[in-house]
Design a protein around this ligand. Structure first.
Ligand SMILES: [Zn+2]
Ligand SMILES: [Zn+2]
Length: 293
């Protein structure tokens, strides 16, 4: 069977004209899972042929703003496009309920406007929050989701998700340095998606606040070393800091390839990879209408 990912957003907190914020779509069996909700996520979901109403669940790796900033758009668009009350499932580490409650509070006026205006819209946004901790296992839409600990201190708690379906596995790590939990998350996975920074480029920028990020992200080298140690088949890099410039792909790939001999996938938003074939850079073809949700 197949587990497939689409890098919806390959950016970071640094604004980029071409890269949306961190978000990854995972499809396995009948499950359609959105991991993180960075800047522009609903636009990129649409480009991948998915509307929020088609999501089985939203999984949050941690509650840093760049990973949740457009959760409100996912919640609202899901709500206004449902034809009957349908809960949007949101899974994340402790603190997720607080964030979701705050999102709903922010949208209170909008909810009132729409409820007053649309006679057939008679329900509030339905959101089902599950707060998870390392060691938890969930079954959602026929796939198993195992929660693993990551290390993004001082940001805590943070988790990664191992999504398993009929012998295939995708390990989706958020921001983290190498650690034992990350090794467990990735062990033998078909796909390992890691947010990365180029520490050599970041060190070259004389900006104190930018230097701070060096100690709690994986560098490209470290992501490749984790991939090699864990024996994954395909390493997928995302969340490029600084934004990967046009023509730099080979340079980034070569840095990883010095430490990992498997397939390495990186590229623009909407780059895809799956457990059966090599990754492809750039926008994936839109699915046929019947598959649209
Ligand atoms: Zn973070
Ligand atoms: Zn981040």
């Amino acid at each position: 069977m197949t587990v497939a990912i689409t890098l919806l957003g390959t950016g970071s907190p640094l604004p980029s004209a071409d890269r949306a914020g961190p978000a990854t779509l995972v499809r396995a069996g009948g499950a359609v899972l959105l991991v993180d909700c960075g800047r522009g996520v609903v636009m990129r979901l649409a480009a991948a042929g998915v509307f929020p109403v088609g999501l089985s669940a939203v999984l949050l790796t941690h509650l840093h703003s760049d990973h949740i900033t457009d959760l409100n758009d996912v919640v609202t668009t899901h709500w206004v496009m449902t034809l009957q009350e349908t809960p949007l499932r949101i899974v994340g580490p402790p603190g997720t309920r607080q964030v979701v409650d705050a999102v709903l509070a922010m949208l209170a006026l909008d909810r009132r406007y729409r409820l007053d205006h649309h006679a057939d819209l008679t329900w509030e946004p339905a959101v089902e929050v599950t707060e998870v901790s390392p060691g938890d296992r969930l079954e959602i839409a026929g796939v198993t989701i195992a929660v693993h600990e990551t290390d993004h201190r001082p940001v805590t708690p943070t988790v990664g998700y191992r999504i398993e379906h009929e012998g295939t596995a995708a390990a989706i790590a958020g921001d983290t340095v190498p650690c034992a939990g990350l090794d467990e998350l990735c062990a033998g996975a078909d796909l390992y998606v890691q947010t990365v920074i180029r520490d050599d480029l970041v060190r070259a920028v004389p900006n104190r606040r930018l230097q701070d990020i060096l100690d709690y992200h994986s560098s490209v080298e470290q992501a490749a070393q984790t991939a090699a140690r864990a024996g994954v088949r395909t390493l997928v890099l995302t969340h490029y800091v600084p934004p990967m410039a046009p023509g730099q792909e080979d340079e980034w790939r070569a840095i990883a390839a010095a430490h990992f001999t498997g397939e390495i996938v990186l590229g623009d938003d909407l780059t895809t990879a799956d457990s059966n074939r090599a990754g492809t850079s750039g926008p994936s073809p839109a699915p046929p209408p019947a598959e649209r949700t």
